[in-house]
Design a protein around this ligand. Structure first.
Ligand code: ADP
Ligand code: MG
Length: 256
C-alpha cells in the first residue's frame, strides 16, 4: 500500500523511478563506467545498445546491486543503492532481472521455481503463491508445463519461466540482459513476444539486446553505451533515422 502511494506521488511529480548520477566503476585499472548519469521513468521501455565490453551488463547489474559502484549515486524507487543498504531484499523485490542464461533451479519444477521467492522473501502462503504462479505461467504460455523440470523444456520455454519467476515478485521494473542471445533462432520470437506483451501492459523495462527490430518497435528510448559512457540517448526514430553519427552507423553495420 505504502509503495503504491509513493509511486503515485512520484509519477505525479514526474520523478524518475531510477536515477543514476555520475556513476563510476573500475575493475582493477580498467575504468568501465565513466560518470554515467541517466534516469529511467515509470512505464518506459529503455533499450540499451552498445558494443561488447561497453559496460551494459555492469550498469544493469548495479541497479539491483549484483555489482557495486565506486562513486556516484543510484536511487531505485526511493531506495538509495549504497554500501549501507539494509534493504537488499526490498531492492531485489522491486527490480526483477532476466539473464542470458536462464538460471532456473534445476532440482525444482517450473511451478516451484516461480513460487520460491514469493514464499521465501514475501512469506506468501503456498496456496497463494501457486495460484499467482499459475496465472503468470498462463501469461507466458506455459500453464501446461507447470509440473515439469527445467531440463524437459526448450531454451525458449526456460527463458519464459525465468520471466514468470521474476514477475512473481511483482517488481516495479524488469531488467533483461541479452535474454535471447543464448537461444536457438527459432525460439527468439516466443521470448520477444512475451516481452512485447509485458511492455504493452505498462511494465517499466530496461533491456540490453542485439535484437534491433525489438529495439525499434518496442523501445521508447535507446541508450547507446560506448566505452563506458552514454554516447547517445534518443528515441528509436532518431537513433535509427538518417542523422546517425559515424559511430552508431558503424555499430549498426556490425549487428545487422
Ligand atoms: P557489456 O555487457 O557491454 O558487454 P560488461 O559490462 O559485461 O560489458 O563489461 C565491461 C567490461 O568490464 C569488459 O571489459 C569486461 O571484461 C569487464 N568486466 C565485467 N565484469 C568484470 C569483473 N567482474 N571483473 C573484471 N572485469 C569485468
Ligand atoms: Mg553484457
Amino acid at each position: 500500500m505504502k509503495l503504491v502511494s509513493v509511486a503515485r506521488s512520484r509519477q505525479r511529480a514526474g520523478l524518475p523511478l531510477i536515477t543514476v548520477d555520475k556513476v563510476n566503476k573500475a575493475f582493477g585499472s580498467a575504468h568501465i563506467l565513466k560518470d554515467v548519469s541517466t534516469c529511467f521513468h515509470e512505464g518506459q521501455v529503455t533499450v540499451i545498445l552498445g558494443p561488447s565490453g561497453s559496460g551494459k551488463s555492469t550498469l544493469l547489474r548495479m541497479l539491483n546491486r549484483l555489482e557495486t559502484h565506486d562513486s556516484g549515486r543510484i536511487v531505485v524507487d526511493g531506495i538509495e543503492v549504497c554500501d549501507k543498504l539494509k534493504e537488499l531484499d526490498a531492492l531485489r523485490s522491486e527490480v526483477g532481472m532476466v539473464f542470458q542464461q536462464f538460471n532456473l533451479f534445476p532440482h525444482l519444477t517450473v511451478l516451484q521455481n516461480v513460487c520460491l521467492a514469493p514464499m521465501r522473501v514475501r512469506k506468501t502462503s503456498r496456496a497463494e503463491a501457486q495460484a499467482g504462479a499459475m496465472d503468470l505461467l498462463d501469461r507466458v504460455g506455459l500453464r501446461d508445463h507447470a509440473h515439469k523440470y527445467p531440463f524437459a523444456l526448450s531454451g525458449g520455454q526456460q527463458q519464459r519461466v525465468a520471466i514468470a519467476r521474476a514477475l512473481a515478485m511483482t517488481p516495479r521494473v524488469m531488467l533483461f540482459d541479452e535474454p535471447t542471445s543464448a537461444l536457438d533462432p527459432e525460439m527468439v520470437k516466443e521470448v520477444l513476444d512475451v516481452m512485447k506483451k509485458l511492455a504493452a501492459s505498462g511494465m517499466t523495462m530496461i533491456v540490453v539486446t542485439h535484437e534491433m527490430d525489438f529495439a525499434r518497435e518496442v523501445g521508447d528510448r535507446i541508450l547507446f553505451l560506448d566505452k563506458g559512457s552514454v554516447a547517445q540517448d534518443a528515441t528509436p526514430q532518431q537513433f535509427f533515422g538518417s542523422q546517425q553519427s559515424d559511430r552508431i552507423r558503424a555499430f549498426l553495420g556490425q549487428v545487422a
